[in-house]
Design a protein around this ligand. Structure first.
Ligand code: PLP
Length: 395
């Protein structure tokens, strides 16, 4: 039976991680997968997470199932974190805990397909490869809208609006929350408001994938564009992840929110969310969600988590500035100044595939083929190595 299976095309990011691990060269630089790392190359457990885990170990008395939708306390704290207290009435929001943000993306797309089997989902060019592969896996039609100006390394807003003018009633538009686009270039609030207006007038639904709240300009500022959509559109889906901003990667902690016009609509969406969990894996993971709930409900743990997240955010801004400055100095050019303007964990550098390949082969520097780098993979030691190597391959 199994010999009828076909080999699946490998996930590029996972293949890159493997190639880096297997590279025997003593000095190598990993700028691939989106995991936060300290200057020493570690991905630490956040202090508040460790403290909450200790408390949970003492206090937890059962591991029995919680609920198909996950714990209601987790829904409440996440709705508050993402949407803030007054963006939409709580009773209009349906929520379901999922295995990571990717689980929420999968469920959100299934929900869209269940609502409109003929839907076209519009995705940014570029987007994360697994957006496309999940859409293909679910057999959902998709089209791309322009997002990035590869020359200027900034958002191609005119191109984006032109392409979004073609969306049709009943379509869905996959949007990136702050810092989530793989290019590092973000829409500002005014631009998101224009996109919201197109989506509203066309009768489409936006689906926001947000995994880096707190990595750009601060927890609330990073959510402003998402909150704008939630406030101004009748229906919005949001897939959120706690992998990055709580450092809970392997605990698979995420949530899907459905913002609806009224309580009855929210109940209907919630019922279908519960159905999706039951059909796919039944009860969602609880450990990470419980830790997040404890942290956000406890003023001391919350303050410590926010302080540590702020350290991470500020350190990435400073790495961006250092890389931009070093490249300016090595190349005697302002070509890479945009790196300091981008936000979050990623920047697309605008190098060619050949240049990216040369960086890997000659300098043991690993980045994704479209020249996207993980800023958190940089440190004082490897910034000059990277800058020198870029100067060589681009020179
Ligand atoms: C498209 C997409 N959305 C969200 C996430 C959030 O990560 P996780 O699924 O680990 O919560 C990822 C991470 O790989 C992703 O690729």
């Amino acid at each position: 039976m199994f010999d009828a299976l076909k080999l699946q095309s490998p996930d590029k990011i996972i293949a890159l991680m493997k190639a880096y691990r297997e590279d025997p060269r003593p000095v190598k630089v990993d700028l691939g997968v989106g995991v936060y790392k300290t200057a020493e190359g570690n991905t630490p457990i956040m202090r508040a997470v460790k403290a909450a885990e200790k408390q949970l170990w003492d206090e937890e008395t059962t591991k029995t199932y919680v609920a198909l939708l996950g714990d209601a306390g987790f829904h409440d704290v996440m709705i508050d974190l993402i949407l803030g207290p007054e963006t939409v009435p709580r009773e209009n929001v349906a929520a379901v805990a999922t295995p990571g943000g990717t689980g929420a993306v999968h469920h959100g797309l299934e929900l869209i397909r269940m609502s409109n089997p003929d839907v076209t989902v519009w995705v940014s060019d570029p987007t994360w490869p697994n957006h496309i592969s999940i859409l293909d896996y679910l057999g959902i039609k998709w089209r791309t809208y322009r997002y990035f100006d590869a020359e200027k390394c900034e958002v191609d807003f005119e191109g984006m609006l032109e392409d979004l003018s073609q969306i049709a009633e009943g379509d869905a538009v996959l949007l990136h929350g702050c810092c989530h686009n793989p290019t590092g270039a973000n829409l500002n609030l005014g631009q998101m408001a224009e996109v919201a207006e197109i989506i509203r007038t066309k009768g489409c639904v936006p689906f926001v994938d947000i995994a880096y709240q707190g990595f750009g300009d601060g927890l609330d500022t990073d959510a402003i564009a998402t909150r704008h959509l939630a406030r101004h559109l009748p229906e919005v889906l949001i897939a959120a992840s706690c992998s990055k901003n709580f450092g809970l990667y392997r605990e698979r902690t995420g949530i899907l929110l459905g913002i609806t016009p009224n309580e009855d609509a929210a109940n209907l969406v919630r019922d279908n969310m519960s159905y999706l969990n039951r059909q796919n894996f039944s009860f969602p993971p609880d450990h990470g969600a419980r830790l997040v709930t404890m942290i956000l409900n406890d003023p001391e743990l919350r303050a410590d988590w926010q302080a540590e997240l702020e350290e991470v955010r500020v350190s990435m801004l400073s790495l961006r500035q250092k890389l931009a400055d070093t490249l300016r100095e090595r190349l005697n050019s302002d070509r890479f100044d945009f790196v300091a303007q981008h936000r979050g964990m990623f920047s697309r550098l605008g190098l060619t595939e050949v240049e990216v390949q040369q960086l890997r082969e000659k300098h043991a520097i690993y980045m994704v083929g479209d020249s996207r780098i993980n800023i958190a993979g940089l440190n004082e030691e490897n910034i000059p190595i990277l800058a020198n190597a870029i100067a060589q391959v681009c020179g």
